[in-house]
Design a binder for this molecule. Structure first.
Ligand code: ADP
Ligand code: MG
Length: 398
C-alpha cells in the first residue's frame, strides 16, 4: 500500500527526520490560509498523488503570495495529474500540501528497500539527488552508495557516518544525517514498510538535512497489525477494480484487453494470460482466486471481472489441487443464474472432482463453452470472442 507525501513526512518526522513546515489543503482558499498560518515569503504547493515525477508535470509549484498560491491550487485541484509514473490516465488531485520553501545547497537521493538477495533492509543513496534512481543508475552508477543492515543490531552509528562520508556530507551536518538515516530505518522496520524513499533529501545553506519529498510503501500482508498505517489508505488513488478486489480478498490486476480471466494460482494466471495472447487475444486482467475457493468466492470473482466494461468474454481456468472443480462449477452456475451474461463464457476444469464439476456445468443448461486443456481454452475463448464481436457488429448494422 502506498501513502501520500504529507503522510510519509508526518510519520518520518515522528522518527526524527526533519521535514519542512507544511499544511494540508482541500481548496485554494485553504491553501492560502495554510501559507499565512505558516508565515514566511515563499511556499511550494504540491499535488498529493500516489506517484512521483510531479515536479516536471506541473504538480509542484513555487509561489510568493496569496494569489499565486490560489492560482497554483486551482490549476491542480480536481484535475488529473499525468506524470511519467501514473500512466496516460493520470491520478486525481484532491489534496494539496503547502510547504515552506527551503534554501537548497545540494540534493541527495536516499532510499531504503528490501534486498531479497541478502534478505535485509538495504540503503541505496546517491550524491546525485533530484533525478530518479533509474536515471542515476543509468547515468552515474558509481555515485550510488549501498549498505545492508543487520537486523539483529539495526543501523549502527558508524555505518550511518560512513554513508554520510561517502555522500560527501560536511562534518557540520554529519550528526543530522546520522539521525535522519536511523529515523528512516526505524520507521521502515517498526511499521512493516517495503520502501522508504526521500528524493531529494537536501542539505540547506545553513547545513541542515531536510526531507523535501517522501514516499513510503507498506507490506499489505502486515496491515492487519498496523491499523494506524492501514487507515492512511486513499482509495481515490487506486484502480477501482483493484481496490474492489482487494476488499474481497482477491488478487487482481486490471489490464487493457477484453478477455476476462478467472484462474487459481499466480503462475497459472500468468500462463493463461500468455496463452490468450498466443491465441491472438488480449487479457483484461490478472485474477488469482487462490486455493480452497468456495462457490461464493468464485461467484464474487465473476461479478468483479464482469463489472469491467471492457470485458467481452470470460475464461475460467482452474487446475484444482486444493481447490475443487465442483465448487468452482457451482460458483460459475450461481453467478450466471444470478445475472445472465451476454458474452461467451469458457470454462476449463482439471484436477480434484473434475467429473462432478463437468456434470454440474452440463446439467445447468447454461451456454457454457467447455475446454479440456489450457491451449484449447485459450483458442476457444479468442474464437468465441471474435465470433461474438462479428455477430454484434452485424446486429448493429441491422
Ligand atoms: P516529485 O518527485 O514528485 O517531482 P518533489 O517533492 O521531489 O516532487 O519536488 C520536486 C522538486 O521541487 C524537488 O526536487 C525540489 O527541488 C523542489 N522542492 C520540493 N519541495 C520543496 C521545498 N519545500 N522547498 C524547496 N524546493 C522544493
Ligand atoms: Mg521527488
Amino acid at each position: 500500500m502506498d501513502i501520500h507525501e504529507y503522510q510519509a513526512k508526518e510519520i518520518l518526522s515522528e522518527f526524527g527526520v526533519t521535514v519542512p513546515a507544511g499544511g494540508l489543503a482541500y481548496s485554494p482558499e485553504q491553501a492560502a490560509y495554510r501559507a499565512r498560518e505558516m508565515g514566511g515569503d515563499k511556499w511550494i504547493v504540491k499535488a498529493q498523488v500516489h506517484a512521483g515525477g510531479r515536479g516536471k508535470a506541473g504538480g509542484v509549484k513555487v509561489c510568493c503570495d496569496d494569489n499565486e498560491i490560489m492560482d497554483a491550487a486551482s490549476s491542480m485541484l480536481g484535475k488529473k495529474l499525468v506524470t511519467h509514473q501514473t500512466g496516460p490516465e493520470g491520478k486525481g488531485v484532491y489534496r494539496l500540501y503547502v510547504e515552506a520553501a527551503v534554501p537548497i545547497e545540494r540534493e541527495i537521493y536516499l532510499g531504503f528497500v528490501l534486498d531479497r538477495t541478502s534478505q535485509r533492509i538495504m540503503i541505496v543513496a546517491s550524491s546525485e539527488g533530484g533525478m530518479e534512481i533509474e536515471e542515476i543508475s543509468a547515468d552515474r552508477p558509481d555515485s550510488i552508495v549501498r549498505a545492508t543492515i543487520d537486523p539483529a543490531g539495526g543501523l549502527a552509528d558508524f555505518q550511518a557516518r560512513e554513508i554520510a562520508f561517502k555522500l560527501g556530507i560536511e562534518p557540520a551536518s554529519t550528526q543530522h544525517m546520522v539521525r535522519t538515516l536511523k529515523g528512516c530505518y526505524r520507521a521502515f522496520r517498526d511499521l512493516d514498510a517495503t520502501m522508504v524513499e526521500i528524493n531529494p533529501l537536501v542539505v540547506t545553506t545553513d547545513n541542515r538535512i531536510i526531507a523535501l519529498d517522501a514516499k513510503m510503501t507498506f507490506d499489505d500482508n502486515a496491515l492487519f497489525r498496523r491499523s494506524n498505517v492501514a487507515e492512511l489508505r486513499d482509495k481515490s488513488q487506486e484502480d477501482p477494480r483493484e481496490s474492489h478486489a482487494a476488499d474481497r480478498g482477491l488478487s487482481y490486476v486490471g489490464l487493457d484487453g477484453n478477455i476476462g480471466c478467472i484462474v487459481n494460482g499466480a503462475g497459472l494466471a500468468m500462463a493463461t494470460m500468455d496463452t490468450i495472447k498466443l491465441a491472438g487475444g488480449e487479457p483484461a486482467n490478472f485474477l488469482d482466486i487462490g486455493g480452497g475457493a468456495t462457490p461464493e468466492r468464485v461467484a464474487k470473482a465473476f461479478r468483479l471481472v464482469k463489472s469491467d466494461a471492457k470485458v467481452e468474454a470470460i475464461l475460467v481456468n482452474i487446475f484444482a489441487g486444493i481447490n475443487r472443480c465442483d465448487w468452482v462449477a457451482e460458483g460459475v452456475v450461481q453467478a450466471l443464474r444470478e445475472e445472465p451474461m451476454d458474452m461467451p463464457i469458457i470454462v476449463r476444469l482439471s484436477g480434484t472432482n473434475v467429473e462432478e464439476g463437468q456434470k454440474i456445468l452440463a446439467e445447468s443448461g447454461l451456454p457454457i463453452i467447455r475446454a479440456a486443456t489450457l491451449k484449447e481454452a485459450a483458442d476457444r475463448s479468442v474464437a468465441a470472442w471474435k465470433a461474438d464481436q462479428a455477430t454484434n457488429t452485424k446486429l448493429k448494422a441491422v
